[in-house]
Design a protein around this ligand. Structure first.
Ligand SMILES: Cc1cc2nc3c(=O)[nH]c(=O)nc-3n(C[C@H](O)[C@H](O)[C@H](O)COP(=O)(O)OP(=O)(O)OC[C@H]3O[C@@H](n4cnc5c(N)ncnc54)[C@H](O)[C@@H]3O)c2cc1C
Length: 486
């Protein structure tokens, strides 16, 4: 059995520890934030998580993640529900008038409604019950222990971690799960290891506020999508555990005027009250805020490469998992699901290759490229689609011709989505199921566009766009919204 040292007790680190411990390995988990185990979800919500500030933002836990827990860790799923999380059954939320009779495969379309702190708390409690896991919290990792490369062609091998008090943790395998802000390239470069990085800014800033339903009040009836994009502002409502929910509003980095208003707790509510999807949630008789406005900027898509051009590992004995390996725009709600999927890829490669560091690294990176990287690419592509593009004018002209070519240009693809995919999802059960399966990471990111039946159905709706009544607006335009703020 191996001894595994893990940097970071966020979602990826906890996932790695869980998989490794249940496979009989010894794990030392090092977390810099000083966060003793809370006694309840309410107390965990107050955790001082400076190392993972996104815990104060809305989190969706997609069906892929729920299914992984259902299939591999049913006790964790049961504990989440016991802690107040609830299943989000997408079929029961299909648009009004659509047949909600379950079809084969629908049993997989269930996500988890939960605050991120509650999710992490349940996972942390599970880990602490594993006798082969030791958690050190309130202690950062400052360096790597390595056997340096012995000649110019050899590769350095990591043999453990150095902590900020000088303690050395020796390990057979070291896993870096330090999240999006941890400087992994810096840590590795001190040992002479260089990794490749690809970075694309998402161009948005997140503003989130948490609320609790008042006694006797209920969530408003859901009559439309709980998230959307007004072009200048993205919005979403995220049900949480224990009668909590959060609203996230995301503005463009350059929109200083709107961003200034969003940081003000009162204006945040005024703005949410103008958007149909969020308005009923912030009615004063229905809910009360339980936090101020939390802001997070510097949101990147980023992926890192740990194999060289010939497919060989650039370092041995070390893996990166979760955001430390690949992080994507939070808007798409995939990070925690991908972190846990990748933790399982690590568990699988460990099971198959044990302490053969080279083969394990090649297998793990290969599986990552297959399962995780496509979501990085999809995130970058979607961000480009969402951004204002200088090609918009051409795209609009293409789309007006009503041809499939419309979907190939940026603006055309946006129009195809707005006038084809979105309305088709409201009326066509085949299209909405295909979308929900992709959205929940149950199918690959291109699955909609490679399914000829789905494309034909969307195209039919798209071509009918001139003959349909104008769609109800998802919210005010920017000028009206800012004008409504006193
Ligand atoms: C604003 C925002 C909203 C998001 N919304 C969603 C969502 O809706 N759904 C979703 O699935 N994902 C979402 N994500 C992404 C998700 O939060 C991350 O993908 C997920 O947390 C990744 O887990 P991780 O363990 O890799 O990193 P983290 O959870 O960030 O954990 C990293 C841990 O490493 C610790 N650490 C760092 N450096 C050191 C060190 N030197 N020594 C010891 N410990 C260290 C940190 O303290 C932290 O606890 C969101 C992200 C952001 C930024």
């Amino acid at each position: 059995m191996a001894k595994i040292a893990v940097l970071g007790a966020g979602i990826a680190g906890l996932g790695v520890a869980l998989g490794a411990a249940r496979a009989g390995h010894d794990v030392v988990l090092i977390e810099r934030d000083d966060t003793p185990l809370a006694v309840s979800p309410a107390e965990a919500f107050d955790w001082d998580r400076q190392g993972a500030p996104q815990v104060r933002h809305s989190h969706a836990f997609l069906a892929r993640l729920r299914n992984l827990l259902r299939d591999r860790y049913p006790d964790v799923l049961a504990d989440l529900y016991a802690a107040g999380a609830t299943p989000m059954d997408f079929i029961s939320m299909l648009p009004e008038g659509m047949d909600r009779t379950p079809l084969p495969g629908d049993e997989d379309l269930v996500a988890i409604a939960c605050r991120r702190t509650t999710f992490e708390w349940v996972l942390r409690r599970t880990i602490l019950n594993e006798s082969s896991v030791k958690l050190v919290h309130g202690m950062g990792v400052t360096g790597l222990q390595t056997n340096p490369a012995s000649d110019r062609t050899a590769v350095a091998q990591v043999t453990g971690l150095t902590l900020e008090d000088g303690t050395v943790v020796q390990a057979d395998i070291t896993v870096i799960a330090g999240g999006r802000r941890h400087d992994l390239p810096g840590l590795l470069s001190a040992s002479g290891v260089a990794i490749r990085e690809t970075i694309e800014d998402t161009g948005i800033v997140y503003y989130s506020r948490f609320f609790q339903l008042r006694e006797g009040a209920e969530f408003p009836a859901q009559t439309g999508p709980i998230g959307g994009d007004l072009g200048y502002l993205k919005f979403g409502v995220f049900p949480g555990d224990n009668r909590t929910f959060s609203i996230t509003l995301a503005a463009g980095v350059a929109d200083r005027q709107l961003r200034r208003q969003l940081t003000d707790p009162d204006q945040f509510i005024t703005i949410a009250a103008q958007i149909p999807a969020t308005a009923a949630h912030v009615e004063v008789d229905r809910s009360q805020p339980i936090t101020g406005v939390n802001v997070m900027a510097g949101l990147l898509n980023r992926r890192r490469g740990f194999l060289d051009e010939s497919g060989e590992p650039v370092v041995l004995g070390l893996h990166a998992v979760g955001d430390a390996h690949t992080c994507t725009n939070p808007l798409y709600g995939r990070g925690c699901s991908l972190a846990l999927v990748q933790a399982e890829l690590f568990a699988d490669s460990l099971k198959e290759h044990g302490l053969n560091h080279r083969d394990r690294a090649v297998a793990f990176e290969g599986a990552t490229r297959k399962e995780i990287t496509p979501w990085y690419r999809a995130s970058v592509a979607q961000d480009r689609l969402n951004a204002d593009s200088p090609t918009a004018a051409n795209g609009t002209a293409d789309a007006a011709n009503g041809t499939a070519d419309a979907a190939t240009s940026t603006a055309g693809a946006r129009e195809f989505m707005r006038d084809g995919l979105l309305p088709a999802m409201r009326t066509d059960p085949v299209v909405v199921r295909a979308f929900l399966r992709m959205f929940n990471l149950l199918e690959d990111p291109n699955s909609l566009m490679t399914n000829s039946d789905v494309v034909a159905r969307v195209l039919t709706v798209f071509n009918d766009r001139e003959d349909r009544p104008v769609e109800a607006s998802m919210g005010p335009d920017r000028v009206s919204l800012l004008g409504a703020i006193s």
